[in-house]
Design a protein around this ligand. Structure first.
Ligand SMILES: [Fe+2]
Ligand SMILES: [Fe+2]
Length: 491
């Protein structure tokens, strides 16, 4: 019987490893569901990677040693086990990415999650049951905030730790592995936070099913199954609670913008979008059309379309401060620029970027959107007021009429810059046929390119050609020619 059990255990283990490999293959080409910019705390602290690794190693060493008992023999054994684990992880990472390119934020985040979950596991192991430990919560967070592969590394390390603390038995690790894999399969479909409840139910059910399978293989008695079903339910339930409570905190702390956060940002119930709709309706409609152009163009070159949409919705929120100074909000009212000098008008226009950043910070909008606000005009010139000023004074400094901002540093902000200008120019075009619209798009892209606005961003000429093609098609869809219906002659 024991031989049969061992055979079954090894079969289950092999099957799970096969599933892990298949999942990795399936998900590795899917764009990451995590977007990030540097976290605010690490920008100041600049913690070196070696320091993070050393601290994590030491904490894990003492935690493991305390778990199995402090002695010289155990000390040496733990040293070897941990060193081998670290060696394999670093070897695996070095095959994927250069060490100099590892962002320390990710290392801190992964180490933090690993240490917290190990502490929590010890509490559950000693006071309740290792099965009730909500390991899924931590694998979900790593998958959403970092990547699927880092989540797998976490599951691998935790499985070893759980095995070591359970007399080298793999049963508990396997139950948690089933739960973690089930949660990762369900993650792709998540569009809002409440859907984590569904994932939690699936996790509990898969763990319960696996416990029953273990009973059928005579690994658990009926009494143990009853308890373990309750502990499996508890694990799924606690995982959902932890993800719902900790994910928004982690997103803010580590300046990560997940797709879930982006979906929340593009919701029209957002207070800033509501304000834009009421206080600056012209800018609001300009932002909607810019978003349509940017979203399609981002899809065309394989960039995150949801991010492009969110950036476009918020790019001009700075106009909320003085909406009447921007042409799209002027309607039939008097133009306030008539009473200002061209240089003062230029300053008012330039200030909408600074005001937008201030407003976004005030409303806790993500860094990635603030970056888009800062980069959407780059160092472009305000041509209209520059030309008006030239009429009055030929000795002008061109720099005074340029936006003093950052040029686009990402493909998405470059798309936003193009879409913004294309929308503004095509809106006032008297004849909106396909040829004229194509002319506008190509002219905008050429002007921005020759003006050096894309000099700090990785956009290629091939990308620009695709963007031009795509934006022309989208514009033709927006301003499609109306077909004249002729009266049907009645016979
Ligand atoms: Fe703008
Ligand atoms: Fe704009």
């Amino acid at each position: 019987m024991n031989k049969l059990n061992d055979w079954m255990k090894s079969k289950i283990k092999n099957w799970l490893l096969f599933l892990v490999r298949r999942l990795d293959e399936k998900y590795q080409n899917v764009p990451s569901i995590r977007l990030s910019s540097n976290s605010s705390f690490n920008r100041k602290l600049k913690i070196p990677l070696l320091f993070i690794l050393s601290i994590t190693y030491l904490i894990l060493y003492f935690m493991l040693l305390m778990q199995i008992g402090i002695s010289l023999k155990n000390g040496i054994a733990v040293f070897f086990v941990l060193s081998i684990i670290f060696f394999f992880i670093l070897f695996y990472i070095s095959k994927q990415i250069k060490f100099s390119k590892i962002d320390t934020d990710t290392a801190i985040l992964a180490s933090f999650i690993l240490i917290v979950s190990l502490l929590l596991f010890q509490i559950f192991d000693k006071s309740l049951s290792p099965i009730a430990f909500p390991m899924t919560a931590f694998s979900i967070m790593l998958c959403i905030l970092v990547s699927l592969r880092v989540s797998f590394i976490y599951i691998f390390v935790m499985s070893i730790f759980i095995s070591v603390t359970n007399n080298f038995s793999n049963i508990i690790s396997m139950i948690h592995l089933v739960g973690c894999l089930t949660s990762i399969i369900g993650l792709k479909e998540i569009r809002n936070r409440s859907q984590f409840v569904k994932v939690g139910i699936k996790v509990s059910l898969s763990m319960i099913l696996f416990v029953i399978v273990l009973y059928l293989f005579n690994i658990y008695s009926l009494e143990e199954v009853k308890y373990n079903i309750w502990f499996s339910l508890m694990s799924g339930f606690l995982s959902v609670l932890i993800v719902l409570a900790a994910l928004p905190v982690m997103e803010t702390l580590f300046s990560r913008t997940t797709n879930i956060k982006l979906i929340e940002l593009v919701d029209f119930n957002n207070i800033l979008l509501k304000r834009l709709m009421v206080e600056a309706p012209g800018t609001y409609h300009h932002s909607l059309l810019t978003a349509s152009l940017a979203e399609q163009a981002a899809t065309a070159i394989g960039e995150n379309s949801l991010l492009a949409r969110a950036c476009a919705y918020y790019h001009d929120i700075g106009k909320l401060k003085n909406p009447e100074y921007f042409i799209e909000n002027q309607n039939t009212k008097k133009n306030p620029h008539d009473e200002l000098s061209p240089s003062l008008s230029g300053l008012v226009l330039i200030s909408h970027v600074k005001d937008g950043i201030a407003l976004a910070k005030k409303y806790n909008i993500d860094d990635i959107i603030i970056q888009a606000i800062n980069e959407h005009h780059g160092t472009s010139i305000i041509q209209y007021f520059y030309n008006r000023a030239l009429e009055q004074n030929k000795e002008l400094n061109e720099q005074d009429f340029r936006y003093p901002c950052q040029k686009p540093t990402t493909k998405v902000t470059a798309i936003l810059m193009i879409a913004d200008s294309v929308e503004a120019i095509s809106r006032i075009l008297p004849d909106k046929n396909a040829g004229k619209l194509r002319e506008v798009v190509e002219k905008v892209i050429n002007n921005k390119f020759t003006d050096g606005q894309f000099s700090e961003c990785p956009i290629t000429l091939a990308d620009l050609v695709k963007i031009a093609e795509n934006m022309t098609t989208t514009l033709c869809g927006i301003y499609h020619a109306r077909i004249e219906y002729k009266d049907i002659e009645k016979k």
